[in-house]
Design a protein around this ligand. Structure first.
Ligand SMILES: [Mg+2]
Length: 506
């Protein structure tokens, strides 16, 4: 019985244990299933993340590539006009020249420069200037065929062509650039016009390298600029010789100033019926050791380019004060007239410079006349007025030079303290032509009288001109009839001989 009972008990315990183990296994299985599910989900999420990351990396890579391409394009493009920039142009040109050397063909370069671009900016504002440049760019791109149009900087453009076979075709394109760009362009409601100068050269006809090609096209452009607005010039050997000559002269000019070879010459200004020399105008001459006397028309533009005008003016002014000062103290002359260059006047500080020079030389301000040209006044009336007022305060007189050649605004003239008008030689040369020309000069003389401005007639060459002017009331004269510009010694002789003549006739 006991055995039966204990056998039953053992069985129960076994069953309970089995049951416990079954439950534990079931629990473990559920847990395992749950864990696997979680693991699966986590894995799936991870896979999604990985794929998203991969896609983002791909997108970013594409963005970076695009940005780099944009940056490369921008570095080769002019921001304002969208044309190729100088770097891009140089690369294209070098490649084109290398191709011509390797095989055959022809590279033509056209340098294009807007005439008086500063005037567009000054007169109509920078937006109009930008619109003009954009318009030039648009028209040049249309004209550049299979070549490349570029903006090299400022108002300088260039076109390089590889499909022009002859110099005739080049000339035709240069002409059509000038003509096409001459057409007015719309700026807001206004219609503005521009003009360009073009210089062109080609390889292999005119040059052996891209650098030489550019240099020669630039020489041709310089010739166009010199010839006036809206012209095209092809490079020629003569242009190279001229440029070489100019370069040589430029180098010599720097030395000439140091060596004191730039000297004042003097042209007398006479007054009244006795035609008495009362003053002199200082004119620059270059005593060149080999070339002899060089005229200012040849070296002043070079001096302007090399920014030597300021130094040249100071040197001439000092020499002139030293030579003419004693004649003024002795009562042999009443005034000295000097020419202020437009660039000097525009740079500002001109009146202050004159004040310093007058103090340094002890030259009397009342005996000094400063000649300025109309364009100095008209391009920047405010600055001109300030400088002229300051000069007038010093006691210096102001003469308006070359009157009749520019576009003087008579209303502005009446507001400026100008003491003299110098009638340009071109007006004087025409007074023998007829009534209309005489009427014009008479009208200027009447106007000057009304404004209490004295008139000096320049470029008088004949007795008839002199007599007519005196009869019209103009008694202050300058010109070859009375005396050419001369060095100081000759001027002194001229003054003494006039004094002797005057004494003997008077
Ligand atoms: Mg003058």
């Amino acid at each position: 019985m006991k055995t039966d009972e204990s056998g039953q008990g053992q069985m129960d315990r076994l069953l309970r244990r089995l049951e416990r183990e079954r439950r534990a296994r079931a629990q473990a299985e559920t847990l395992l299933e749950e864990r696997s599910r979680q693991l699966y989900l986590a894995n799936h999420e991870l896979a999604l993340l990985a794929s998203a990351l991969e896609q983002r990396v791909e997108e970013r890579t594409q963005e970076l590539v695009a940005e780099r391409e944009r940056a490369v394009a921008l570095a080769r493009q002019d921001q304002l006009t969208g044309l190729a920039n100088r770097r891009n142009f140089n690369d294209f040109l070098s490649a084109a020249c290398s191709r011509v050397w390797a095989r055959s063909g022809r590279v033509s370069v056209f340098l294009v420069d807007v005439d008086d671009f500063k005037h567009i900016n000054d007169a109509h504002g920078h937006e109009a200037g930008d619109a003009a440049l954009t318009e030039v760019a648009r028209r040049l791109s249309c004209l550049s065929h299979s070549g490349l149009a570029a903006r090299l900087g400022g108002d300088e453009f260039a076109v390089v062509c590889i499909d022009l076979a002859t110099e005739e075709q080049e000339k035709a394109l240069a002409k059509s650039i000038v003509e096409t760009l001459k057409q007015p362009y719309a700026f807001g409601a206004r219609s503005l016009s521009i003009a360009v100068s073009v210089g062109h050269a080609s390889l292999p006809d005119h040059a052996n390298s891209s650098a030489e090609l550019m240099r020669h096209a630039d020489m041709a452009l310089f010739a166009s600029k010199k010839a006036g607005r809206a012209t095209a010039t092809a490079f020629s050997d003569d242009l190279r010789d001229e440029a070489e000559e100019r370069r040589l002269l430029e180098l010599e000019l720097v030395l000439a100033l140091d060596r004191g070879e730039i000297v004042p010459w003097y042209q007398p200004i006479v007054e009244g019926a006795g035609r008495t020399p009362k003053g002199v105008e200082v004119l620059a001459r270059w005593n060149h050791p080999l070339r002899g006397v060089v005229l200012p028309s040849l070296f002043l533009p070079l001096a302007e380019e090399r920014k030597l005008l300021g130094a040249m003016f100071i040197s001439l002014f000092r020499q002139a004060c030293r030579e003419i000062g004693p004649l003024i103290s002795a009562g042999k002359l009443s005034y000295l007239s000097v020419n202020a260059s437009p660039s000097q006047f525009r740079a500002g500080g001109f009146a202050a410079l004159i004040q310093l020079l007058l103090q340094e030389t002890g030259f009397p301000p009342k005996a000094l006349v400063v000649e300025i040209t109309e364009d100095v006044i008209m391009t920047d009336l405010t600055r001109a007025t300030r400088e002229i007022d300051e000069l007038t305060r010093l006691g210096v007189r102001i003469a308006l030079d070359d009157f009749g050649t520019g576009y003087s605004n008579i209303a502005s003239l009446s507001r400026l303290p100008i003491q003299w008008l110098k009638l340009d030689r071109s007006l004087i040369a025409r007074i023998g032509d007829g009534h209309v020309e005489q009427a014009i000069v008479r009208a200027v003389l009447d106007m000057a009288r009304a404004l209490h401005i004295d008139v000096v007639a320049e470029g008088i060459e004949t007795e008839r001109q002199a007599e007519w002017l005196i009869s019209a009331g103009c008694r202050r004269h300058q010109g070859y009839l009375y005396g050419r510009p001369t060095p100081f010694d000759a001027l002194r002789d001229f003054l003494s001989s006039h004094a002797i003549k005057h004494a003997s006739t008077g």
